[in-house]
Design a protein around this ligand. Structure first.
Ligand SMILES: N[C@@H](CCC[C@H](N)C(=O)O)C(=O)O
Length: 261
């Protein structure tokens, strides 16, 4: 079978996008999805996203996300932003969207070539001596330090991801350095890619909240500089935790192709 796909990237976090409204691809075909994401034997991507019809009539579409290893996983922030750009390309939406992903309903807005995605509320942040841990749709370990540019992210990230603390499920790991009172440089090791990616949307969302929670910023709008580009995260701190969380940044179509599978 010949499969039509699109390649998208959001600050260098790259995804294979497939319009699966006619359910051509089986979600259980881990081998095929892993091969499509393989950078040597396939198209190459950090993850693959299926755009499907939602069971919820108020939605514009549904997001189904797989990591590069072929396994369906938790929420992907950059992937969600890219999927909104893809839905606009497919004429499913104009400049706003509502869709369901694995962690619930998301709203999104496209303005001035930036895609902003509303993330789920965060009720709990666990603060430890040298790191914070929180779930922004995906689990994130956040460690602040200096000179993150010198770190071997794959080695240090994997040691934390596979540590007993996180068990079989593992975690994503973010290394963070303060640049100013409201901007931070971030490098992320992604579970399911098992390497550093150029950017992680749920990761920078976790970093912005962790920076506020630990007193490293007092701003409810934070700029995040990743190796793939700049994102911003805004939120409101309430007595119930963090709400009205928005992740914003660019999302672009890179190319379209066909692959035999
Ligand atoms: N790149 C993503 C995160 C994708 C999920 C992650 N790899 C996991 O399995 O937890 C993002 O932009 O949020």
């Amino acid at each position: 079978m010949k499969l039509t796909f699109y390649k998208y990237q959001g600050t260098g976090n790259d995804f294979v996008m497939i319009d699966n409204r006619h359910l051509k691809i089986s979600k259980n075909d881990t081998k095929l999805i892993g091969r499509l994401c393989d950078r040597k034997f396939g198209i190459g991507a950090d993850g693959l996203i299926l755009l499907e019809n939602s069971e919820d009539s108020e939605d514009d579409f549904k997001m189904v996300y797989f990591n590069a290893d072929g396994n369906e996983s938790s929420m992907c922030g950059n992937g969600g932003r890219c999927l909104v750009a893809f839905a606009k390309f497919l004429n499913i939406i104009e400049d706003s969207a509502r869709f369901t992903a694995i962690d619930g309903i998301h709203e999104a807005v496209i303005k001035d070539s930036l895609v902003s995605l509303k993330m789920q509320k965060v009720a709990e942040v666990s603060s430890n001596e040298d790191f914070l841990f929180l779930d922004t749709g995906s689990p994130h370990h956040v460690a602040f330090s200096e000179n993150i540019g010198l770190k071997d992210i794959k080695k240090e990230g994997a040691a934390i991801r596979y540590s007993d603390r996180y068990g079989n499920a593992g975690t994503n790991v973010n290394f963070v350095e303060a640049i100013s009172a409201d901007s931070f440089s971030v490098r992320t090791y992604e579970r399911g890619v098992e390497d550093e990616t150029l950017s992680c949307g749920t990761g920078v969302t976790a970093v912005a909240i962790a920076a506020y929670e630990s007193g490293k910023t007092s701003s409810e709008k934070v700029k995040l500089i990743t190796p793939g580009g700049e994102l911003s995260v805004s939120f409101k701190k309430t007595e119930n935790g963090y709400e009205d969380i928005w992740l914003s940044g660019p999302a672009e179509q890179v190319f379209k192709g066909e692959i035999e599978c």
